[in-house]
Write a protein that binds this ligand. Sequence first.
Ligand code: GLN
Length: 447
Amino acid sequence: MKLREALTKSDDELATLRDEILEKAKQSDLNAYVGFESCGSGVPILLKDNIQVKDWSVTSGSKILQGYIAPYNATVVEKLLASGLAPTGRANMDEFAMGSTTESSFYGATKNPHDTSRVPGGSSGGSAAAVAGGIAIAALGSDTGGSIRQPAAYCGVVGFKPTYGKVSRYGLAAYASSLDQIGPITQDVEDAAVLYDIIAGHDSKDSTSAEVEHISIAKNLDADKKYTIAVIDNYIKEASEDVQKAYEVAIKALEDAGHTIVHKELANTKYDIATYYIIATAEAATNLARFDGVRYGRRADDVKNTADLFFKTRSEGFGEEVKRRILLGNFVLSSGYYDAYYLKAQKVRHLIRDEFNKIFDEADLILSPIAPSVAPKLGSMEDPLEMYKSDMYTIAINLVGLPALSLPIMKNSENLPVGLQLIGKAFSEQPIFNAALSLERAVNYTN
Ligand code: GLN
């Protein structure tokens, strides 16, 4: 059942629906859920395990937060409750949203419903696998460098990363604060618009929340509007054959639907990964300093003094990938290296933004791959550098703060979904949804 259909159901029907969903989720072998709580009396909506619901456990997929109970609702949760949605279930994720496969979770890996020997993507892998696997109507994820769009693409569902500042981060466990955004993962473009309308809007509790009025996307959806869409020629060369094929299919479909395609280049894409992994780890090291065994969650036993408490709690509580990033983040912020790495990365970030802006002088939207390939096999991304490289198409969008929507285009010969993204100008999100709807109708993807 789609979200918009569920929103028309009676309270009794919805109570049954929530029970059914939770029962199905408990039986499922996808390991998409890490908690089966439900609150409120509306349409069940699954939340990533880094979004706080009052009195629920929230762990960001980490051992260090075991036992932590959220003392308040995230702003998005207040908005869901006010619109007749009921947070139902917590979705698995990479620990502290660091990862591209959901394998770094304390709860073990989530599986891709299209092929359970493959990853669902990450870090919002639980959210995407559940929507694709029929055990959630819709879900919320968070996207710091692709974590909504990439799992959506690997699982054949729709994911939207809003413009930075459009959705409140209040009550979202921080990974990299200048990049993080909460967004919807849904079965189709219209549902994404409906859910986005519910969670968007200014929030005085988040100092980076943009003071702009949110105008309903769902009410203004128009698949007949025509746009100029840029394709980045040098972007596509490193993608697999499947992704290149999907790109061709999408370009043809967009042209047939009356959109104009223009060909562009992005010169500095080779710096995206380095820039992102400097800024994201610097912010992560700072944000994760608060987990010390005193204030949140788990505390190590048998400690000699305060320093030992911090040391033992963090050594035992954080997983390998999180530790790697804390070390890297502290390194790039340390005196002597700050200028060479962190400051340099911030400058490159501006160059990347300028390049996107130049393209947006001539185009309304950009069409781009999301990942270089279809969902990889479980256990095949053990080399961290390989995993970081697979983020090459998604992370620049977060560095610049742009909105982007990921939608499935086709399946490859092994029946695995291939998705692409439409990227828009900051705070101009209606064209993304309009063009995505026309593309969705043209390619007619079925899960
Ligand atoms: N894969 C990227 C990372 O590990 C993005 C994660 C995210 O968007 N949360 O940082």
